[in-house]
Write a protein that binds this ligand. Structure first.
Ligand SMILES: C[S@@+](CC[C@H](N)C(=O)[O-])C[C@H]1O[C@@H](n2cnc3c(N)ncnc32)[C@H](O)[C@@H]1O
Length: 282
């Protein structure tokens, strides 16, 4: 997905390319098949990541053989990139733990209520639950064929990852369907766990497809409250990201972005944007 092209975001070539490993994530170095866990599908690989001294495990699927996917004529535009863990999610987790959670925690003196958009395999949200926050992880729940005879949804994949880490996250992590801009999904998510506004809304690597920006912004606005901070981390891939941030400034009064260069030989450029203070509708 490094060079994802807006025009072909859902075509089968890009879909398959999106499952190729990124240059900084050697294909099998942190991944193995596990004999003690039940994989959500044949061909799934588990990656182990240490967060705050606890081992978290995330199932991924690279679809080594292209699999014909269910057709969605006129259906919602969402893709299957969420079957893979994207490196920005782990960088964002470090950033949040170092620079965002301590201040929000000090203000609230209780675990934060966190909403994750486009959670994919759940590495960011599960990581936040592992360090004590209460997290609702969401994804659009697209139907997917893992192989020619194994069917599921991106949401059931996310569920499998939360359940795999249940011993660490306890009841602090839950899963719900949320296609950006879908008002029925948003209304259901707002009722979660008593229905108080979220303290933190997070999303990792969600800015690759400019076609999705209006829906993403609508959803960010729908979950904003005077005490909500939204944080998006993204790989720098194309000029569309800057256009997204300009549009975000029309919706939020306070939008700040910090650029970073990732450690490692690829020196990938990534950024983290913080969005606060929803403007009054004009
Ligand atoms: C590149 S993946 C990132 C997954 C995960 N956040 C990570 O960093 O590993 C993009 C995620 O956005 C989700 N997504 C894409 N379009 C969406 C939409 N319109 N509504 C909700 N989620 C969407 C995908 O399902 C996928 O989980």
């Amino acid at each position: 997905m490094q060079n994802f092209n807006k025009a072909c975001v859902n075509c089968c070539v890009c879909f398959c390319l999106s499952f190729l490993p990124s240059t900084e994530e050697p294909r099998l170095s942190h991944m193995r098949r596990s004999s003690t866990l039940t994989p959500p599908a044949r061909g799934a690989l588990v990656r182990t990541v240490e967060i705050a001294g606890r081992q978290l495990r995330f199932w991924q699927h690279f679809m080594d053989k292209p699999v014909v996917q269910p057709r969605r004529p006129g259906g919602p535009r969402a893709d299957l990139t969420g079957l893979k863990l994207w490196p920005v999610s782990l960088r964002m987790l470090d950033h949040l733990r170092a620079d965002v959670l301590p201040a929000l925690r000090a203000e609230r003196d209780r675990p934060l209520r966190v909403l994750e958009l486009g959670a994919g395999v759940g590495s960011l949200g599960i990581g936040l639950a592992a360090v004590g926050e209460r997290v609702l992880l969401t994804d659009p729940g697209m139907p997917v064929w893992y192989s020619e005879d194994e069917e599921g949804t991106t949401l059931s994949w996310l569920h499998a990852n939360v359940d795999t880490n249940r011993e660490v996250v306890g009841e602090r992590a839950a899963v719900a369907q949320l296609l950006w801009g879908d008002e029925a999904h948003e209304a259901a998510v707002k009722q979660w766990d008593g229905g108080a506004p979220f303290d933190l809304v997070v999303g990792a690597d969600l800015l690759y497809d400019p076609d999705q920006y209006p829906a993403l912004l609508r959803t960010l606005a729908a979950f904003a409250s005077p005490r909500t901070t939204a944080v998006l981390g993204f790989s720098r891939r194309h000029p569309g990201e800057a256009r997204f941030l300009k549009s975000a400034e029309r919706v939020f009064a306070d939008v700040t972005t910090r650029d970073h260069i990732a450690d490692g030989p690829a020196q990938q450029r990534w950024a983290v944007s913080t969005l606060r203070d929803l403007r009054e509708p004009t």
